[in-house]
Design a protein around this ligand. Structure first.
Ligand code: ADP
Ligand code: MG
Length: 674
């Protein structure tokens, strides 16, 4: 009997030779063939009168041959066939190159369907090398990714054989299909390959996209549950209330919820592996301090790694502040730590005399050893590779790990991008945050803007001017920021203390400038985007962003998050001379909302996936039909369904979920291969 797992060689029409060709493309089984979807469709039913065909666009016409085929040989050995055809509206000249077989088939006085790009001039339209079909053909034809040894037509023929030769097991239970308005697998596969109508194709596609995203998410959730092993770091006691009493402010509900989610993880005996997502300024540091405090009181050491010295110092000071009245012992270890001090700290860590160590990459050094490391936290996780996180974790015995990120990613998308991480979201700001006013102006306002900045500086506040990276040309980037800095220093801002910060500076110098700014010694900082990460200077209240159109929305949002952090009202001024509708629309989003998730959504929609997926090696299996971005509504539906499913049938033991379990098992294999 033929099933989905039958070797492709045994399908009618496939011999040993063709099987090799198919297998080269990853089509090993009949099931795999059925999931080899067309890359496009040719709709032979959508016929346009010749007179209405647009130039340089593809059209399908039905036309009668009204001249004998004219043959011409070129000097280069090519044969060109020309023939005139007409419909009720107009005439068209059809040209075929070297297609002798096709040219000889065309009969004078007979009607055919032609599909191709329309060119020509005012007097006569032309179509070169069109696809040709009998006039009686009415249907949507699948176009498969083809190659010289395997044509689209051949695949199409094999597909028909496959579809007629077996009954495909249903992977989505009736309830799931009903709840989400999805067709069954049989209809879906027939119509994705041979759609009866474009509506049928849409219905089929929706179902298959849903299925792909559903199986993927269900698989990831399984992986998460089963691949984590055990940890000896069991932190049974909960000290959150004691921690709250140490704070000068009240934690927000979101901070408490997220802290509790982490604490619950850490007492199970399985290592926590969690991502905290919280918009800039949502107060991630306090949550991570709560967790370190809790670990220390349970007898475990914690390590907190930040991407820059200045951030590490900032976290260290915060931690000292919160815990000064307790017995918690904190340490700081960065590249700037003196040799002597390093030795002392390393010994203390090894002997268990430090409870919480905060640092930079310096923590990764081989001679940094722990007594009993129970919790590893990395701040601004996108700045570290997985390997670096792993290295820090390996200094303990399967410690709990937490990563923190300020990059808002729509929830379900995060679930997929971050694969095996659990995700907590801090979706609330601390009370009493001042709203940041955002303005959008063109550069004719510059003089006024400079005066506006000075007004703030004179009141003792600080500010930022941000210049963009110029066309990925890093040399230009430096000159632009440097020149700008020199110009302002010598002219408009003579007598003020200015600082310059850009990515090409050695990190020591960068840290020095940031420190001067944090101390208040620098009043106005001219910078490229390097200030994006984490720094907290509540006295900075104004930010001007030059050439704002060159930044992504999420990036603008991150930048703007550097101000509005204290008691003072803050202003953000976006300068752009680009008045295209697209730019206006994007910058209007930034003006109108401070919600990072909304902005991320808009960014995805307006700029496309490149920026989110581009730099990220997520190691997911290739999608066959779904598009994480275009299909994110279905992604959400599928995500909800996965939650529901696993709550009711956590081991997928029920009859109606067995086929799904098989699919997931197959996916497991793929995931493990990656
Ligand atoms: P981020 O999430 O961007 O890392 P931080 O942890 O740096 O944000 O917090 C931003 C600022 O908000 C800090 O100055 C911090 O002390 C303050 N903060 C954090 N939580 C609260 C709270 N619940 N109430 C008031 N202020 C808070
Ligand atoms: Mg932070």
């Amino acid at each position: 009997m033929i099933t989905a797992t039958t070797d492709i060689q045994y399908l009618k029409g496939v011999g040993e030779k063709r099987a090799v060709v198919l297998k080269k493309r990853g089509i090993d089984t009949i099931g795999a063939l059925l999931r080899y979807y067309p890359r496009a469709y040719l709709d032979w039913t959508n016929i346009t009168p010749i007179s209405e065909c647009s130039f340089f666009e593809n059209s399908c016409i039905r036309a009668k041959i009204i001249s004998p085929v004219e043959t011409k040989n070129t000097r280069r050995g090519m044969t060109i066939f020309k023939v005139l055809a007409e419909d009720a509206s107009s005439q068209i000249e059809i040209t075929l190159f070297n297609q002798k077989f096709l040219a000889e088939k065309l009969r004078l006085g007979r009607e055919y369907l032609f599909y191709g790009r329309v060119t020509g001039n005012f007097y006569i339209k032309q179509m070169s090398s069109p696809l040709v079909n009998e006039a009686s053909f009415a249907g949507v034809e699948p176009i498969y990714p083809a190659s010289h040894d395997l044509s689209s037509k051949t695949i199409s023929r094999l597909m028909k054989n496959a579809l007629s030769s077996l009954k495909i097991p249903e992977t989505l239970s009736e309830q799931i299909r009903q709840r989400n308005n999805l067709c069954d697998i049989d209809f879906a596969l027939w119509n994705i390959h041979f759609p009866k109508t474009t509506e049928a194709l849409e219905i089929a596609k929706k179902r298959l996209v849903f299925e792909e995203l559903f199986v993927l998410q269900a698989g990831l959730t399984f992986l998460k549950k089963n691949s984590r092993g055990k940890t000896a770091c069991v932190m049974e006691k909960n000290f959150l209330n004691e921690f709250k009493a140490l704070l000068p402010f009240e934690l927000t509900n979101a901070q408490i919820r997220v802290a509790e989610e982490c604490l619950a993880d850490m007492k199970t005996g399985r290592p926590m592996n969690r991502l905290i997502q919280g918009d800039v300024g949502s107060g991630k540091t306090a949550v991570c301090a709560a967790l370190c405090f809790n670990a220390a009181n349970n007898g475990y050491q914690s390590a907190l790694m930040a991407p820059t010295e200045i951030l590490a110092e900032q976290h260290y000071n915060t931690m000292l502040n919160f815990t000064k009245s307790t017995g918690i012992r904190c340490g700081l270890l960065t590249g700037a730590t003196t040799k002597k001090q390093k030795t002392i700290i390393k010994n203390a860590l090894k002997n268990g005399d430090i409870d919480v160590i905060i640092g930079t990459h310096a923590l990764l050094s081989d001679d940094v050893e722990f007594n009993n490391l129970g919790l590893v936290i990395t701040d601004e996780q996108h700045r570290f590779g997985v390997a670096q996180r792993g290295k820090l974790s390996s200094k303990g015995e399967n410690p709990h790990t937490l990563v923190m990120s300020a990059t808002p990613i729509p929830r379900t998308l995060g679930l997929i991008l971050y694969g095996d991480l659990d995700i907590s979201v801090i979706d609330e700001y601390p009370k009493g945050r001042q709203k940041i006013e955002t303005y959008l102006v063109d550069s004719s306002y510059k003089a006024r803007i400079y005066n506006y900045i000075k007004k703030f500086l004179n009141q003792g506040r600080q500010g930022y001017i941000v210049c963009p990276l110029v066309e990925e040309n890093e040399t230009l980037d430096i000159t632009s920021a440097t020149e700008y800095y020199e110009a302002l220093k010598g002219n408009e801002f003579k007598g003020y203390s200015l600082g310059l910060l850009h990515g090409k500076m050695p990190s020591k110098d960068k840290d020095k400038v940031m420190r001067e700014f944090a101390n208040g010694n620098i009043q106005l900082l001219i910078s490229t985007t390097v200030i994006e990460v984490g720094i907290d200077v509540p006295n900075a209240v104004i930010m001007v962003i030059e050439n704002a159109e060159r930044f992504g929305l999420s990036q603008l949002h991150q930048l703007r998050g550097r101000i509005g952090r204290g008691e003072y009202k803050s202003d953000c001024i976006l300068i752009s001379d680009n008045s295209s509708d697209d730019t206006k629309k994007r910058l209007e989003v930034i003006k109108s909302t401070a919600d990072g998730f909304k902005i991320a959504d808009a960014d995805l929609e307006l700029r496309g996936p490149g920026d989110f997926l581009g730099s990220r090696q997520h190691g997911l299996p290739d999608m066959k039909i779904a598009d994480l971005f275009a299909d994110r509504k279905i992604l959400n539906l599928a995500g909800r369904e996965v939650e529901y499913l696993l709550k009711n049938d956590p081991h997928l033991k029920r009859e109606e979920n067995l086929a799904l379990r098989k699919e997931i098992a197959a996916l497991y294999k793929n995931l493990n291969k990656n």
